[in-house]
Design a protein around this ligand. Structure first.
Ligand SMILES: [Zn+2]
Length: 558
């Protein structure tokens, strides 16, 4: 360590909000160059290289072949796929001296499709799966969380090309299984969830999520193996599928509710449970105003309303709009007599003798029943998943967890091959579009996500497989240099050892060892001076053992 470039910090950097960002800077893994742009120092890069090697081994074993593509990609190529305009301001664009436009690749579908379409003519040359490790660029509007949401990041991206859908499914499956092994080998706790295809596009996709309380995304997972992002998860309420009348329908009635607007307030005022309420939310959209109905004890999922309504955007309507379309101010809207399209969560329709706004100030309606008192233009799932909801596959309770996306697999189909003319001649002599899949792992993000999942108040706790080194050899006094050197040499035959031979106090050395979080610490200190024993500490469990130096390399396990 006296020679190693490893600048550690005692204090958390001010701009860092989450543990991995703080700890990667403090442990000397990374440094910031500009907003969302980081350098990896030797310690950090060792971990990245280890993750990279695990990925490479598994993908090679699955039959994928490594290449390197250019980060600079000409505009013309992105115009062929239609993404030059579609990608928007997140695409890093630049011009060369001749005024020709380029982008710095955020992904490589266009480039790889060009390579394959120019060099593959026949079904006999398929399937082909290519992958690369490379810096990717994305001009994030708000880069944050260190390398977790950076503008430049190290990624592994793979692309498969098949002659038919069946072949593509099996290429997809090979990657899917390889990804599971990769994250298992990294020592991570993760979930695989069905996900949205976003601006990559395609038929279906899965996300690999490292589970951590600081994760940005909410996922639903079930013990039966089902998993989905929480906005896409299929589920049923705790009482099962919504049923219809058990209560007797009472006559619709208007009640005076001065100054009470929220479900909670009205529920207190009328002594009715929130689940008897129809929450009516008015939105503005590119298609004009719409109303969304969810039960009083549920939350609206805006993504679901967006896809149900087919609108491009939605915003909660301003009070003037609410007044114009419902007749009353916000807080008194209801479904009865609505003059705009009404989108209803299916569980709303099952509520009998329901309560909602009357469409005028200070009045609510009670005993609202569907379809007697209102109509809807659409019914289905609009509400958010919540704790207690059940899995559609097995009926078990879904667990809502937070996760960090580290891998994503897409079955693309012919989106890029048909746009860019990636065609081949099939067995039957006909020309067809190749069927594509694409698969990504954010390598630097895996490092950060690992720390989110594996740390304590003292520092990082690395899983052994991707720890930058395996052993901290801590030398506490100058007198023990010889024994430390011989231990270092002996242990290095079997393990990766970081020898703290710096002229620093024991306190500084212990703190740094905890911060760096290597799996095993071997301390040459008091107990060695006293009775010739080394203190061997497991970073994760804190368990201590006293062992003699002879044959130490055989006695420890990592
Ligand atoms: Zn289940």
């Amino acid at each position: 360590m006296s020679e190693y470039f490893l600048p550690t910090l005692k204090e958390d950097p001010r701009e860092a909000e989450i543990p991995s960002h703080k700890l990667m800077i403090r442990s000397g893994m990374i440094r910031k160059l500009a907003s969302g742009v980081y350098e990896f120092l030797p310690l950090g890069w060792r971990t990245v290289r280890k993750i990279e090697e695990i990925i490479r081994e598994e993908l090679d074993a699955a039959g994928a072949q490594e290449i390197v593509m250019s980060a600079m990609q000409p505009r013309s190529l992105w115009e062929e796929s239609g993404r030059w305009d579609l990608y928007g301001p997140e695409l890093m664009r630049l011009k060369d001296r001749g005024g020709r436009e380029f982008c710095l690749g955020p992904t490589h579908e266009e480039v790889v499709t060009k390579i394959v379409s120019e060099n593959v003519r026949s079904y006999k040359q398929l399937p082909v799966t290519l992958y690369q490790f490379q810096m990717k660029f994305r001009d994030e509007i708000r880069p944050r969380f260190g390398v977790m949401r950076a503008r430049e990041f190290y990624m592994k991206d793979s692309y498969s090309f098949d002659a038919d859908l069946e072949g593509c499914r099996s290429s997809y499956d090979l990657h899917f299984k390889a990804y599971k092994r990769i994250f298992e080998r990294c020592g991570l706790e993760f979930a695989v969830v069905e996900a949205d295809t976003g601006n990559i596009g395609g038929e279906f996709s899965h996300e690999f999520m490292v589970l951590a309380s600081t994760g940005e995304e909410e996922v639903a997972v079930c013990s039966c193996g089902y998993g989905a992002s929480s906005s896409m998860a299929g589920f049923k309420g705790p009482e099962g599928e919504p049923g219809f009348p058990e209560e007797e329908e009472k006559p619709l009635q208007e009640v005076h509710t001065p100054g009470v607007t929220t479900v909670q307030e009205v529920s207190g005022f009328l002594s009715e449970k929130p689940r008897k309420f129809i929450k009516t939310l008015i939105f503005d959209s590119d298609k004009g105003p719409v109303a969304a109905l969810v039960r009083g004890d549920h939350e609206l999922c805006q993504d679901k309303l967006l896809s149900a309504s087919g609108a491009k955007w939605l915003n909660l309507a301003e009070p003037e709009t609410v007044k114009a379309v419902t007749g009353g101010p916000p807080g008194f809207s209801g479904p009865c007599g609505a003059k705009i399209p009404v989108f209803a969560d299916e569980e709303v329709l099952a509520v009998q003798n329901a309560v909602s706004g009357a469409g005028k100030k200070d009045y609510h309606l009670i005993n609202i029943n569907f379809p007697r008192d209102y109509t809807v233009s659409w019914k289905g799932r609009l509400r958010k998943l919540q704790q207690g909801d059940l899995c559609l596959k097995c009926g078990g309770e879904l667990k809502i967890m937070r996760g960090i996306e580290v891998g994503h697999t897409f079955l693309l189909g012919t989106k890029y091959s048909s746009a860019m003319g990636a065609r081949f001649v099939d067995k039957d002599g006909r020309e067809k579009d190749m069927i594509m899949g694409c698969y990504g792992i954010g390598v630097t993000r895996v490092a950060a996500a690992t720390i989110e999942q594996n740390h304590d108040s003292d520092g990082i706790i690395w899983p052994a497989a991707i720890a930058p080194f395996e052993i901290s050899l801590i030398q506490l006094s100058g007198d023990t240099e010889d024994i430390c050197r011989s231990l270092y040499e002996k242990l290095s035959e079997k393990y990766e050892v970081l020898w703290d031979d710096r002229d620093e106090s024991p306190g500084v050395k212990f703190k740094d060892a905890q911060l760096l979080g290597l799996p095993v610490q071997i301390i040459v200190g008091k107990s060695y001076m006293k009775d010739g024993k080394l203190e061997v500490v497991c970073r994760r469990s804190g368990k201590k053992e006293y062992l003699s130096p002879e044959g130490i390399e055989e006695k420890i396990s990592i």
